[in-house]
Design a protein around this ligand. Structure first.
Ligand SMILES: *Cc1c(COP(=O)(O)O)cnc(C)c1O
Length: 223
């Protein structure tokens, strides 16, 4: 457990100013999160609604929770009704976005979200293709939202040892982010580029990431 604080401090020391570290605590017990909390960590990422709900109840109220997993439409209400999610990083369809908006309006909150873009080699990963996402902003579909604030883009690189491939993936994600800003310069607070995980966050930082989501490098491998 002491390793958690050591790992957090060494990762933090490498992050440029202004880059947010999300400690991805999915599948790890509350005790591990508490150690990270005592080491000053306040932002945690979870990928399952039930697990998140339980951890919200167990952790102090100043924790900022990010949802980072594939969000099933039948779980949206349960997630939104916690009113405790700071950022939903993994909006991967327009249908999911509409549901989040609807439930947020009903709950009387504004949800902050990132749009997930898919560039990686793996066929099973969720997310908008770069073209789909650019069309969404070109068509100004975001103007229909009443209770949702789109704050940026989240993406993952291919799961490979090929660093050149990973770097190209991050470049593509960053490129989508910058193109959206050009298409819709009036978008407010669209400033978050979430990319980089335990094995590849230094490469992501080199490509302009403003938010890294690090799990196993902090908490060890999930049992
Ligand atoms: C699990 C997960 C992470 C963290 O992965 P590590 O390799 O453990 O750092 C980051 N982002 C997403 C979307 C994840 O699902």
């Amino acid at each position: 457990m002491k390793e958690i604080a050591t790992a957090l401090n060494s990762i933090r020391s490498t992050l440029p100013r202004g880059v947010e570290l999300v400690a991805v605590s999915k599948f790890h017990p509350v005790e591990a999160l508490q150690v990270a909390y005592e080491a000053g960590q306040r932002v945690f990422g979870e990928s399952r609604v039930q697990e998140l709900v339980a951890k919200i109840a167990a952790m102090p109220s100043d924790v900022r929770w990010h949802f980072i997993g594939h969000l099933q439409t039948n779980k949206v209400r349960a997630l939104i009704s916690t009113k405790r999610v700071t950022l939903i990083e993994s909006v991967d369809s327009e249908r999911l976005l509409s549901l989040i908006d609807e439930e947020s309006a009903k709950a009387g909150i504004v949800s902050r979200v990132l749009m997930q873009v898919h560039v990686a080699q793996e066929e099973t990963k969720f997310g908008f293709s770069p073209g789909e996402l650019l069309d969404f902003f070109r068509n100004r579909s975001f103007e229909q939202l009443r209770a949702t604030h789109i704050c940026g883009v989240m993406g993952m690189a291919s799961n490979t040892d090929d660093e050149a491939r990973v770097a190209t993936d991050f470049e593509m994600i960053a490129d989508v982010f910058h193109k959206i800003l050009e298409l819709a310069p009036d978008l407010r607070g669209f400033d978050t580029l979430s990319m980089g995980m335990s094995d590849d966050y230094p490469l992501a930082l080199a490509k302009g990431s403003t938010m890294v989501r690090v799990g196993s490098a902090i908490f060890g491998h999930r049992g």
